[in-house]
Design a protein around this ligand. Sequence first.
Ligand SMILES: Nc1ncnc2c1ncn2[C@@H]1O[C@H](COP(=O)(O)OP(=O)(O)OP(=O)(O)O)[C@@H](O)[C@H]1O
Length: 483
Amino acid sequence: MRESSRWVDPAPLEVARPRLPWWTMLPGWVKLVVSPIALSWLLIWLAARVIRLCWYYPVLMTLVVAALWLDWWAGHYWTGAVASVLIMGLFVWWWRSADSYTRWCRWLRTETRRLTIYAWDWRTVTRLSNLTGTSKGREYRPKLKRVRSEGWRDRVRVKMIKGQAPEQWAERASGLAHSFHANSCRVRVIKPGRIELDLIHSDPLARPVPLPAMNATADLRRITVGRTETGKPWRIRLLGNQILAVGVQGAGKGSLLWSVVWALAPLIKTGMVRLYGIDPKGGMELGQCPEVFHKVVYDNGLDAVNLLEEIANDVRQRAGNYRGLRRLWTRESGEPFTLLIVDELADVIAYQTDKKLKERAQAAIQTITSQGRAPGFATLALVQDPRKEIVPFRNLFTTRIAMRLDEPTQVDMVLGDGVRERGAEAHEISELTPGVAWAKEDGKREPARARAFYATDDDLWDLRAYVNGWSFEVLPFRGGEAA
Ligand SMILES: Nc1ncnc2c1ncn2[C@@H]1O[C@H](COP(=O)(O)OP(=O)(O)OP(=O)(O)O)[C@@H](O)[C@H]1O
C-alpha cells in the first residue's frame, strides 16, 4: 500500500470556547428589571471604594481635590507652579531638618509609603510568599489594613485569611522584610485574625542612653532602668518578681545592674530597700560602689553560700511572720524590701568545685526565688550561659532578659519557645550596642526591646557620693598658674 493514500486522523482542534457571563443568557425583560438594582449596587461599590481611599489616604486625597479645584479655578499653569513649589519646599524641609519633617509630616509619609510600597506590591509579595490561599477556584488574599510610619519602623496591620496562623507570617518575616525594603520584620498579634508587621528600617537604640536624675519617689513595681525602642521608659517590676539577665561578655549586663541600683539609691538611703551582693569576679563590678550594699561578698566560696543561706532563712522567717497578716510585702510592714544581686550566677551554682557548697548555694537561691515573692525578696541574677546544666531553675525567674547572645537556641532558653519567632532576636543584637536587650515578663505575650542606661565611672562615683552623703568643694580653675 502506498504511504500517501493513508488517511490520517487530524488532531482534535483545541481552542478555548468563549465563555460568556451567565447573566448575558437572561431574557431581555429580566435584564431590564434587574438593571436598576445592578446600577445601584455598582454606585454603592464605587462610593465604598472612594470612602476607603479617603480613609486610608486623607492627606493625599485632600491634596488631589485641592489640585483639581485649583486647576479648574486658575488653570494648568498655576496648578503646576504651586505643586512644584510645594514639592520643592517639602524636599528642602526634609533635607535641612529630617527630624522635624518626620515628626510633622508623619501622615504624608505614612500615606506615600502605603501607596508606593505596601499597597503597590501587596498582592505580588503575599502570593510569592505563599501567604494567599485558594478554595474552590477562588483566591483568598490577606488584607492590608492600617499603616503607620514612625520613621524608624512602619507598622502594617494585616487581616489574615481564614485558617492562617501568625506563625506562618513569622516564618516568612525575613522574606517580607526584603520585599518591603526593610532591615527586619517582626510579627505581633493584635487580636484574633489580625496581626501587625513591624518593618524596621533603623535602630532607635543605636545611641547610649544616659542615666537620668535620681528619682526620690521610685516605685518598686516599676523602676526605670533604660529606654525602650518606642521611646518609652524601660520599666522593670521588682516587687514580687525575680529577674534573670543573660548576655555574653561585654553585652552590658553591668549597665543593667547599675541602672537598677541607681533607680533604688534614694530608697536605699532611706532604709526602705536593702541590697545584698555577690560578685564572684573578685569585686570587679560590685566593688565599684560597695557602699550601696548592706552586705557584699567578692567570691563564690563559703562566704557567698553563707550569705545566700542567711537570706534564705530571712525569707522563711518573714514569710512565717506574715502568715495571716498580709499576702504581699508593703512599706507599712516596716521591714526593708530586699534585693539580692548576683553578678555571675554560674560561678556560684555551677562552676563551684566543692560539690557540697554548690548544692547548698543552689538550694538557697531556689528558696529565695521560689518563696521570696510575697515577703519582699527579689533577685537580680546575671549570667553568661543560660543552659539548663548551668541554671537548672530558670523557670523560677519571672522576668527574663536576653542581652546579646551567641546562638538562637540560647534566646529560646532565656525567653522561652516562640518568643524569638515573634521578633526577639537577641542573637542579632550588635556588638556596637551594649546594654540593648529583649525583656520578657511572665504573663505578657510580647517581649520588649530596650537599652539599659549607660552608667559611666563618673556616675558610679556620684552614686557613691550620694549614698555616703559626701559633698565636694569645687575649686576655681586657675588656668596657667603653677600648682
Ligand atoms: N548601656 C550601655 N550603653 C553604652 N555602652 C555600654 C552600655 N553598657 C555597657 N556599655 C559598654 O560596654 C562595655 C561592656 O559592658 P559590661 O562590662 O557592662 O558588660 P558585661 O556584660 O557586664 O560583661 P562581663 O560579662 O564581661 O562582665 C563597657 O565597657 C561599656 O563601656
